[in-house]
Design a protein around this ligand. Structure first.
Ligand SMILES: Cc1cc2nc3c(=O)[nH]c(=O)nc-3n(C[C@H](O)[C@H](O)[C@H](O)COP(=O)(O)O)c2cc1C
Length: 247
């Protein structure tokens, strides 16, 4: 087998990838995007079924989706900050409430919570946002709905019939896509945040009913902003290794 990269080079390459949260508006050349998608499809897949679809949002389509997302987030965050009256208003109007992926609005389970909280604290620390400053946190989150300025947003859909295996295949595909993008000088940010209003994406794309929205991936050229200097911590392999049962 032909191999151009040493094991160490591959380890270094993997360690050098980080999520990008500030993009240049520069469009991605179509041939490059096609190459990245081709690379994404070299990932393994359940019976080679590739049980996923990608809605590639660019230009006016992306702008329309982003505008509606921003509008919904502005309304939702305002109501959530307005106590019981805001919550009642949300229940009556339903506007801004998730139409898909409601998991995102639920608290993390106790065992995962410390990791998520660590990320939140580190991220807000990096951006100089105080934990108690709800307004600043909400504004920061709103950047998700501008896709962090990326010229392209990919919406990843998975086939409902294969359940977690479709999501697994999409995850493998996304990681190849993300690494290929990284290798070609592009940045990416997977976005669970954009999975909550599937109806907005469906208004623009023809997506069969048996597919559900998994998440988005913002993709484009990274800016030199300090936002992209953030380095999420890495846990050690020992933290994910199951312990042997004791007799
Ligand atoms: C499925 C998925 C959804 C994510 N959703 C978001 C998101 O909505 N907003 C965001 O800023 N980052 C999001 N991330 C990025 C993670 O926060 C990031 O991958 C993690 O903190 C590790 O940092 P790194 O990617 O820089 O190594 C998501 C990542 C994954 C895999």
């Amino acid at each position: 087998m032909e191999q151009h990269l040493s094991g160490q080079e591959i380890s270094n390459f993997l360690a050098s990838r980080r999520s990008t949260r500030d993009f240049l508006p520069t469009p991605i050349p179509q041939e490059l995007l096609e190459q990245v998608l081709t690379d994404a499809l070299t990932a393994p897949s359940w019976s080679n079924t590739r049980p996923f679809m990608i809605a590639v949002a660019e230009g006016e389509v992306k702008e329309r989706i982003s505008a509606e997302f921003q509008k919904r987030w502005a309304y939702l965050s305002k109501q959530l900050k307005s106590g019981i009256i805001g919550k009642i208003r949300l229940l009556i109007t339903r506007y801004g409430l998730p139409t898909s992926n409601r998991i995102i609005s639920k608290p993390y389970s106790k065992d995962l919570q410390p990791r998520a909280m660590r990320l939140g604290a580190d991220l807000y620390g990096h951006y100089g946002i105080k934990r108690e400053d709800r307004e600043a946190r909400d504004n920061w989150w709103a950047a998700n709905y501008k896709f962090f300025g990326a010229p392209t947003e990919l919406f990843v859909y998975v086939h409902k019939s294969l359940g977690i295996y479709a999501a697994n295949d999409a995850g493998l595909m996304m990681e190849n896509l993300i690494l290929s993008a990284h290798g070609h000088g592009l940045g990416t940010c997977p976005q669970g945040a954009v999975g909550i209003w599937d109806d907005v994406v469906r208004k623009e794309f023809d997506i069969p009913k048996n597919y559900r929205l998994l998440c988005g991936v913002a993709i484009g050229y990274p800016s030199s902003s300090n936002a992209n200097a953030f380095k999420a911590n890495r846990i050690a392999p020992s933290e994910i290794k199951a312990k042997l049962k004791e007799d």
